[in-house]
Design a protein around this ligand. Sequence first.
Ligand SMILES: NC(=O)c1ccc[n+]([C@@H]2O[C@H](COP(=O)([O-])OP(=O)(O)OC[C@H]3O[C@@H](n4cnc5c(N)ncnc54)[C@H](OP(=O)(O)O)[C@@H]3O)[C@@H](O)[C@H]2O)c1
Length: 230
Amino acid sequence: MKLIIGASGGVGQGLMKAWEGKDRIGTFFQHQPDERQQNWLPCNVLQPGWADDLLDAAGPELPDTLVLCTGILHGADNQPEKSITRFDRDWFTRSVAINTQPFGELAAAVTTRARRDQGITLAVISAKVGSISDNNLGGWYSYRASKAALNMLVRTTAIEWRHRLPKSTLLALHPGTTDSGLSAPFQKRLPEGQLHSPEYTGQTLANLIDQATPADSGSFLSWDGSLLPW
Ligand SMILES: NC(=O)c1ccc[n+]([C@@H]2O[C@H](COP(=O)([O-])OP(=O)(O)OC[C@H]3O[C@@H](n4cnc5c(N)ncnc54)[C@H](OP(=O)(O)O)[C@@H]3O)[C@@H](O)[C@H]2O)c1
């Protein structure tokens, strides 16, 4: 069974479509999808204990594939900071609470429940702008920092999984710029052809996830399968 957390968003919906016909459950927060209800569960990653509650609701067996697609880049009163002088403690904390912390909580719940002989794939949608060594443009302080911290959680958990869950795989994925509410305000200056549809992104990420093996665990991969620098 595949569990897609944040399936009401652009990337999540693309994954739901790519795995149509497969045993899958998607979660929504504020936007309830207009589809058959049995495939959907409500989930708020800011709620204490959300990861255990969700795994309990998803069924008696731990899903073999889990993808965490939640994230924020801007809010009603906040745009990504162009200058450090725009740094806002509440926005930074919120960015970490939604972009970083849920992975730690989900990974903890999965690690506690998984058996050593199980082959589970846990993927989280990160972002290329979370790469420290690739950061030549600057800006987007809270988003970049929250994704860099997410990447560190992935890398560190993957080291623990090598010993504890050697048949399982942990991935940080960059989806490519995808047409969604998150990217909508930043699409104007994109070169022709660089904006992917949610369907295209979902298909490319589903292929990566389906083909990943424990040898790939702890990798930061772009949508085209190339390795990204941390
Ligand atoms: N789009 C891009 O170009 C792009 C590029 C690089 C990386 N990414 C990353 O890809 C991931 C998905 O982005 P997207 O473009 O699909 O964004 P999106 O369309 O805005 O979707 C965001 C998802 O997060 C969910 N969410 C937000 N707050 C939540 C909460 N408190 N509890 C549970 N779910 C919550 C939303 O649920 P509701 O809609 O139901 O509220 C929605 O399903 C993010 O991590 C983003 O950083 C996106």
